[in-house]
Design a protein around this ligand. Structure first.
Ligand SMILES: NC(=O)C1=CN([C@@H]2O[C@H](COP(=O)(O)OP(=O)(O)OC[C@H]3O[C@@H](n4cnc5c(N)ncnc54)[C@H](O)[C@@H]3O)[C@@H](O)[C@H]2O)C=CC1
Ligand SMILES: CC(=O)[C@H](N)C(=O)O
Length: 373
């Protein structure tokens, strides 16, 4: 009988969320040994002076990439301009610098990160810094540093200061042995890129910190994201952004993936809304800490056909990049996001036709769209 009781307690500790109340208290030495990050035994990660009802103070790392500027502008509408700080290691363009707070932050510099969080009384952190799939393969050691060591710094700072932490994962966290059509939330994950390996690591570390230290870690696996006003940072799905720039600029597009390569994709507005929705979801509605989200799935050929409806003179050719093609061939073709839809009501707005009209309109081709209709 005592054995059964002990086993039950252990199972409860291993399986339940920190919120369940039946969990054993956090282990005596909560943190990481000898580093300056060592935390006193009586530290309480949730003892900041901010409550849920308080105004959030937000930090975005890696904010000058394809997604960060859009995220900042989206979150500023919700929390106020001065409460959302964009950060990166690059120099911001003037319009970004003038649009709200910007700060230098290298996620590899733990003390710098901690100073920013403390001085700005940050409560929520969106961790966007990363090297994406194609550039990651071109510079594995840098990708390992930024995507893995950088993540460790972010996790520690977030846990130490009781932050709510969002880290995006990706369709790239799956590999050739995962079910690809569709790919569920929970299945075999054996990616073969440093990017994918680092994202599986992020998913697992975030969940570990949640169960072990009560860190409020939330993660979405994004599909390829398509945005009009920002350039992609070296991924495998970049072609789906570039086709719009090229279609409008010179009426020609050379695609670096084969015409029948099917990948899950999403318009940036859906992606940013999903990100805020999962961050604002009540903890009790989240049955998992990492969710797939999905909107549409198409091949280069299907995307080109849809663009051609509006830009009939567009010429599309194919010159396959073997690195990107091998990556794409190992990724999901369709993403199963039924858990996100069930748990916190995720619903996308943009399918392929809306995506194409929105992108072309943004690129100033309203007249072409009008002509074609
Ligand atoms: N764009 C997409 O289609 C998808 C993006 N994601 C994830 O969303 C996040 C944002 O993606 P993007 O904006 O597209 O990436 P991006 O590659 O365009 O931007 C990443 C940013 O990280 C910054 N960075 C690099 N090293 C840094 C360091 N040491 N310290 C601080 N910042 C550093 C870069 O300067 C860059 O501005 C990434 O984590 C990515 O993995 C996930 C799936 C799809
Ligand atoms: C899907 C992603 O994570 C990114 N756009 C990439 O292609 O690397």
């Amino acid at each position: 009988m005592p054995v059964v009781r002990v086993l039950r307690r252990v199972a409860c500790w291993m399986l339940q969320s920190p919120a369940c109340g039946c969990r054993a208290p956090v282990l005596p030495s909560r943190f990481l040994g000898t580093s300056p990050r060592q935390i006193p035994m009586d530290a309480n990660f949730h003892s900041t002076s901010f409550s849920e009802a308080d105004q959030q103070r937000v930090l975005i790392t890696g904010g000058l990439g394809q997604l960060g500027v859009g995220l900042a502008s989206f979150l500023r509408k919700r929390f106020g301009k001065d409460n959302v700080i964009l950060s990166d290691i690059r120099k911001p363009p003037e319009h970004v610098f003038l649009s709200g707070p910007f700060i230098y932050s290298d996620i590899l510099d733990y003390k710098n990160l901690r100073e920013i969080v403390v001085n700005n009384r940050i409560t929520w952190l969106f961790h966007y810094s990363a090297l994406l799939s194609a550039v990651g393969e071109a510079n594995v050691s840098l990708a390992r540093a930024v995507n893995i060591t950088g993540l460790h710094n972010v996790l520690d700072v977030a846990a130490e200061h009781g932050l709510r932490l969002f880290v995006p994962s990706t369709i790239g966290a799956f590999g050739p042995t995962s079910p690809r059509n569709p790919t569920p939330d929970l299945c075999i994950q054996r990616p073969r890129t440093i990017y994918g390996v680092s994202k599986v690591h992020a998913e697992l570390m975030g969940e570990y910190y949640y169960y072990r230290y009560g860190l409020d870690f939330r993660c979405l696996r994004y599909p390829g994201i398509i945005s009009a006003d920002s350039q992609p940072g070296g991924g495998t799905t970049d072609y789906a952004v570039q086709i719009f720039h090229e279609a409008v600029k010179n009426g020609r597009f050379e695609c670096n993936l084969k015409p029948d390569t099917r990948l899950p994709m999403m318009y940036i507005d859906d992606c940013l809304r999903a990100t805020l929705e999962v961050m604002e979801a009540p903890a009790e509605s989240l049955s998992m800490r990492t969710y797939n989200i999905s909107a549409m799935s198409f091949t280069p050929e299907e995307l080109a056909q849809e663009v051609l409806k509006h830009v009939p003179e567009l010429q599309v050719t194919y010159n396959v990049d073997p690195v990107r093609q091998a990556i794409a061939d190992s990724w999901p073709m369709n993403f199963d996001d039924s858990n996100a839809r069930k748990d916190w009501g995720w619903k996308h707005d943009f399918d392929l036709p809306e995506l194409v009209t929105t992108m072309l309109n943004f690129h100033g081709s309203e007249s072409r769209v009008a002509q074609a209709n």
